[in-house]
Design a protein around this ligand. Structure first.
Ligand SMILES: Nc1nc2c(ncn2[C@@H]2O[C@H](COP(=O)(O)OP(=O)(O)OP(=O)(O)O)[C@@H](O)[C@H]2O)c(=O)[nH]1
Ligand SMILES: [Zn+2]
Length: 329
């Protein structure tokens, strides 16, 4: 139906009037004319933000100080919001985050830095072959997801090369949803897409598991979208190791190039257990500071299994996750 003037009824008018008026308070907040934006890419001190449906490049206002701005952040912007070539806006505020994912600390950077904000799903990409699956990596990603309050989704790629049964079985006890894909199956990609609808998903996986292949299949104009991102610095894609968000089905998919693991130093055994309501309910009966491992005397998980209240496979899987936090020698 076309919406000409004749079709306007009273509701339309009221909606419009409300949308057009600004709240007037006596103590006007600083930058009351600031607009809301969503950070889709970060590269060397420049932030690409979606403002309405325009892509705007911004810098951080000096008044913001040292605090980080990351992909997924919702921000307030002032200045030139035209999005035209060479224009530069300013981020004056970062809205409170609902969730954060931290990159692991390493030799080059001893701090666990926030890399993505406000995500609600972690897509853990693991190939069934070439390269061989890395269950410990998947486990660590699961721990990161539960700790950050993200729903995990296991994506098992290259199913044309090896079967998925064993891996699927080792995560089924935890109730982790999974999608199995081969790049030549449109059906598989469509099924994966269903999981991404209207969500802010972060994709993570080791090198070569097929992340770029998936992104290209899921967001066919990704190359264009990424090209859109590049003018942040004018540098080529390959020099950028920052995360970038691509629009998909009312949601976003965020690739995290260069991120090979998440920082888990701050995650306690209880934090891991908190991801599973039934097990979290059981461990309230544990001795103080119980580590909930096989070696923990009096751990309520063992008592629950012995009494037939808890599924041994589920407890074993949980303990595998708890152990995955430990550094490898
Ligand atoms: N047989 C098979 N090969 C695939 C599949 N998906 C991707 N590949 C191949 O696996 C290789 C790596 O794929 P990429 O998509 O570049 O992997 P990536 O995870 O983006 O790798 P990085 O960029 O290093 O992080 C490429 O040669 C792909 O063609 C698949 O479903 N089956
Ligand atoms: Zn315990």
């Amino acid at each position: 139906m076309t919406r000409g003037h004749r079709n306007l009824d009273e509701d339309d008018v009221r909606v419009r009037a409300r949308g057009g008026s600004r709240p007037r308070t006596r103590n006007r907040p600083k930058h009351e004319d600031a607009r809301q934006g969503f950070v889709t890419a970060v590269d060397r001190g420049r932030y690409r933000c979606l403002v309405d449906d325009r892509s705007v490049v911004a810098m951080k206002a000096r008044e913001l100080g040292k605090g980080s701005i990351v992909v997924g952040d919702r921000v307030a912007l002032v200045g030139d919001l035209s999005g035209s070539a060479g224009s530069l806006a300013r981020v004056v505020r970062v809205e409170p985050r609902t969730a954060v994912l931290r990159r692991t600390a390493d030799d080059t950077d001893p701090v666990e830095r926030v890399i993505v904000a406000n995500a609600d799903q972690l897509v853990i990409v693991c190939s069934l072959a070439d390269p061989e699956p890395q269950p410990r990596f998947v486990d660590r990603c699961l721990v990161a997801a539960y700790d950050a309050g993200l729903d995990p989704l296991l994506c098992l790629t290259k199913s044309d090369l090896a079967p998925a049964d064993t891996l699927l079985a080792s995560y089924s006890a935890l109730g982790v949803p999974a999608a199995v894909t081969r790049s030549d199956s449109a059906e598989d990609i469509a099924a994966l897409r269903e999981h991404l609808l209207a969500r802010l998903s972060v994709m993570v996986g080791s090198s070569g598991v097929g992340k770029s292949t998936l992104v290209n299949l899921l967001v066919p104009d990704a190359a264009r979208a990424v090209g859109h991102v590049n003018p942040v610095t004018g540098r080529g894609r390959h020099t950028s190791t920052s995360a970038a968000a691509l629009p998909i089905d009312g949601g976003w998919i965020i690739d995290t190039p260069g991120v090979r693991s998440f920082g888990l130093a701050h995650v306690s055994p209880d934090d891991v257990v908190a991801g599973f309501t039934d097990l979290a309910a059981a461990v309230v009966d544990c001795p103080a500071n119980c580590a909930h491992t096989e070696e923990s005397p009096g751990c309520a998980l063992d008592i629950g299994v012995a009494a037939g209240r808890l599924d041994p496979a589920r407890v074993a899987s949980l303990r595998r996750l708890i152990h995955s936090r430990e550094p490898t020698e």
